[in-house]
Write a protein that binds this ligand. Structure first.
Ligand code: CAA
Length: 261
């Protein structure tokens, strides 16, 4: 495939796309060129019908230590506003319809924490250090941190993290439900994320896409509209071939061979 300056991109298992942030000298600080490469790599996996789920990870030392402070240091209001600085970070949330698992080892600070929280499923190891330290730099989170962290762990805990800049350990992130699972070691975390991605990729891609869509709707809709939306999408799946294949295979005591149609 394509090669990147700040990423390693591979497919470690059938159906699984892996993106590893690889800017070790800056602890994977999320510069604009890195984010553009990340969007490009994820768009590539989105367009590749052989890929069913994607894992995003960093190094053992850092998932990402934040937005690139050296790049931002001299930014003016008009340049930030005029270029919609950081808006491109959120693109992946809208164009990526395939599940994204973020596997966090080491630092996930500021924009790194925010990027990790863009994952549909978050995993971490006990080495993970989450935090929104922007307050120490005279700013606030700018890539969704105030919204996603608050939804994930509740207002009081998110306020504390954002107002004090105090970090949240991997263990604490597990207890608070920020992540779905905490692994003992970075290797187990990455391998565990890849294994779960492979499992997701083994199902009907139509059903997986619908499942991600309906769960995400719960973040924006009230319960009544959300349940109605879910039911409509559920009804729609009876128009897919894979519903016939899946339920037919169960009744015949066979393994389903998905058509992705
Ligand atoms: N931006 C640019 N460079 C960074 C960086 C960042 N966010 N984080 C680390 N680096 C660079 C360091 O400057 C250093 O470079 P040099 O070798 O050229 O000096 C290199 O990465 C290694 O870092 P350290 O020497 O600092 O490593 P450490 O192990 O002593 O400390 C750390 C690690 C605690 C994570 C520390 O690097 C740190 O505090 N980083 C900044 C964290 C931060 O404030 N992040 C929030 C950024 S703002 C933001 O993200 C805005 C937003 O909401 C979008």
């Amino acid at each position: 495939g394509k090669s990147y300056e700040h990423l390693l991109v591979s497919s470690p298992k059938p159906g699984v796309g892996l993106v590893q942030l690889n800017r070790p000298k800056a602890l994977n600080a999320l510069s604009t060129p890195l984010i553009l490469e990340l969007n490009s790599a994820l768009r590539g996996f989105q367009a590749d019908s052989s890929i069913g789920a994607i894992v995003l990870t960093g190094s053992n030392k850092a998932f990402a230590a934040g937005a690139d402070i050296k790049e931002m240091k001299d930014l003016t209001f008009s340049a930030a506003y005029g270029s919609d600085f950081i808006e491109s970070w959120s693109h992946l949330v809208t164009f990526l319809k395939k599940p994204l698992i973020t596997a966090v080892n080491g630092y996930a600070l500021g924009g790194g924490c925010e990027l990790a929280m863009m994952g549909d499923i978050m995993y971490c190891s006990t080495s993970a250090v989450f935090g929104q330290p922007e307050i120490k730099l005279g700013v606030i989170p700018g890539a969704g941190g105030s919204q996603r962290l608050t939804k994930a762990i509740g207002k009081s805990r998110a306020m504390e993290a954002i107002l004090t800049g105090d970090n949240i350990s991997g263990k604490q992130a597990g207890e608070w439900g920020l992540v779905a699972k905490v692994f003992e070691t970075p290797e187990e975390c990455t391998e565990g994320a890849i294994a779960q991605a492979a499992k997701i990729a083994s199902f009907s891609q139509i059903a997986v896409k619908a499942a991600k869509e309906v769960v995400n709707k719960s973040q924006d809709l009230g319960i009544r509209e959300g349940v109605e939306f879910e039911r409509r999408v559920f009804h729609g799946l009876f128009g897919s071939k894979d519903q016939k294949i899946g339920m037919g295979a169960f009744a015949a005591k066979q393994k389903p061979e998905w058509s992705n149609e």
